[in-house]
Design a protein around this ligand. Structure first.
Ligand code: DUC
Ligand code: ZN
Ligand code: ZN
Ligand code: ZN
Length: 478
């Protein structure tokens, strides 16, 4: 087995930082050593095959993006990244594990949905991957399948309070699923937006001729997010099922989560880079020669990017500092403009929802360190350590310590990253909603289970290296 020593770097964890060397044997971290240790110590390999000099750089646990949608069928098309292209882009950006969403739709079986996702991913991933289960049709069969998921290493599942006719679950269905989850230790993830209300507003806007992408965000009012978040919290309280609200974007929804947490409720929230950086105003102003005001389709995702004048973005950063929100994932759901987003020309309701960000999350969140929004340690916690704890991977993932998988990113705080389709872009998209963003930092070297995937601006990985992560129960269940 190859032994590797990463020397001279600053090892950063969720709780602190220290100058240390990291010794890897094969796929596993075997020691974190005082800098320049001449003897590796008793029980450790006596020779080192490869030394990686990390002087002046941060050595962090590989990013874990716990919310991606490779190949998700949506609005008559499918998300444009395959597991191969999406996990490669993730690796380029310092993410070494993803948790994607297997899909069960109305009328289908949970078991078949999961099997289909295994088939899409197996042998195609560059980094390790796990699954949550989308339960898009809550019925007796899917309820009976929930406990079975745990043995399959799928310890979290997601329901939707939005998208009537597609994934939507009503309160009765949610209550029943949460009862099963509470009994079995599954973590309930929720898309918390009042879909029926949004759909009425959207229909009325279209009838008034307000069809451009901007109106997607106008229709998806913050009240619909606040209300659904509150309802999800109450259903969680009735059933005793812990709750994880995905892609929180409204400051009023954060307030609901914060109040519930202050009352001792076991509820958690995630936000995404787009809700920290992008806005409805920017979407309104987006035009291009090719697309006119349809350029705003690049920013169509749900929950929507929200008004900067209302202060949602600053509030999301604040909530990340105060732990009212606990994690940052991407909700990576890429669609090209050509043939995909353009399905919604003339009717914003037909624009496939989603932004591609899996490649940029670590950089975009590091920029929050540079601008003083979060600390270096909080960066690691939000992007790696908490995702590992929340979704049953901690110890193996999310930390640099003996026994952990050697998923490591060497991050250069003196480097620079210019995001753009012609620059650092590896996602399978014909555009980037992040075009023009500049990051005062750079992902230099990426290791996944001891194998160097990215180094010196070149990709050294291979599809099939990534293996399925059978996850344990969330550490946040009590
Ligand atoms: N939101 C998105 O933006 N895309 C896919 C599904 C979702 O809930
Ligand atoms: Zn969602
Ligand atoms: Zn999603
Ligand atoms: Zn560099």
């Amino acid at each position: 087995m190859t032994t590797t020593l990463i020397t001279g770097g600053t090892v950063v964890s969720a709780t602190g930082r220290m100058l240390a060397d990291v010794l890897i044997d094969g796929e596993t971290i075997v020691a974190v050593l005082a800098p320049g240790s001449t003897s590796l110590g008793h029980d450790l390999p006596s020779t080192v095959d490869r030394v990686i000099d990390a002087t002046g750089r941060y050595v962090i646990p590989g990013g874990i993006d716990a919310h991606t949608h490779m190949q998700l069928p949506f609005g008559g098309t499918s998300a444009s990244d395959t597991f191969e292209t999406g996990t490669k882009a993730a690796a380029w950006g310092g993410t070494t594990s993803i948790v994607d969403f297997a899909v069960q739709s109305y009328g289908g079986k949970v078991q078949d949905g999961l099997a289909a996702w295994h088939e899409l991913a197996a042998g195609n991933c560059h980094i390790d991957y796990g699954f949550h289960q989308i339960v898009g049709g809550v019925d007796d069969d899917s309820l009976a399948a929930l406990p079975w998921l745990i043995d399959e290493g799928i310890t979290s599942y997601k329901m939707f309070m939005a998208y009537p006719g597609v994934f939507y679950a009503d309160d009765a269905q949610i209550l029943k699923a949460m009862q099963v989850a509470a009994d079995n230790g599954l973590l309930t993830m929720m898309h918390a937006e009042n879909g029926p209300v949004i759909d009425v507003i959207a229909e009325q806007l279209v009838k008034q001729g307000k069809t451009s992408p901007y109106y997607h965000g106008v229709a998806r009012v913050w009240q619909a997010e606040e209300e659904a978040t509150h309802r999800a919290i109450m259903l969680s309280d009735i059933t005793g099922a812990p709750l994880y609200v995905v892609h929180v974007s409204a400051k009023q929804a954060v307030a609901q989560l914060a109040a519930a947490r202050d009352n001792g409720k076991n509820v958690f929230g995630e936000t995404c880079p787009q809700y920290l950086y992008m806005s409805l105003e920017e979407q309104l102003g987006a035009t291009s020669e090719e697309w006119g005001d349809f350029e705003g389709a690049k920013y169509v995702c749900s929950t929507p990017v929200r008004s900067r004048a209302e202060g949602h973005q600053d509030h999301m950063w604040q909530a990340l500092r105060t732990n009212d929100l606990q994690m940052v994932s991407t909700d990576h759901c890429p669609f090209c403009m050509k043939d995909q987003k353009e399905l919604g020309l003339g009717d914003f309701r037909k624009i496939p929802n989603g932004i591609g960000s899996v490649e940029h999350r670590m950089d975009l969140m590091y920029q929050g360190v540079v601008t003083g929004q979060i600390t270096l340690e909080r960066w690691v916690e939000l992007t790696s350590t908490t995702p590992a704890r929340m979704f049953g991977m901690y110890g193996k993932k999310g930390v640099i310590q003996p026994g952990a998988d050697a998923d490591i990113v060497i991050y250069d705080p003196n480097g620079h990253t210019s995001i753009g389709v012609d620059k650092t872009h590896h996602m399978n998209m014909d555009h980037s909603a992040w075009e023009g963003y500049e990051i005062d930092g750079h992902v230099d070297i990426v290791l996944s289970r001891g194998t160097v995937l990215v180094e010196d601006g070149a990709f050294h990985g291979a599809k099939g290296h990534g293996s399925f992560l059978k996850r344990g129960l969330s550490q946040y269940l009590i």
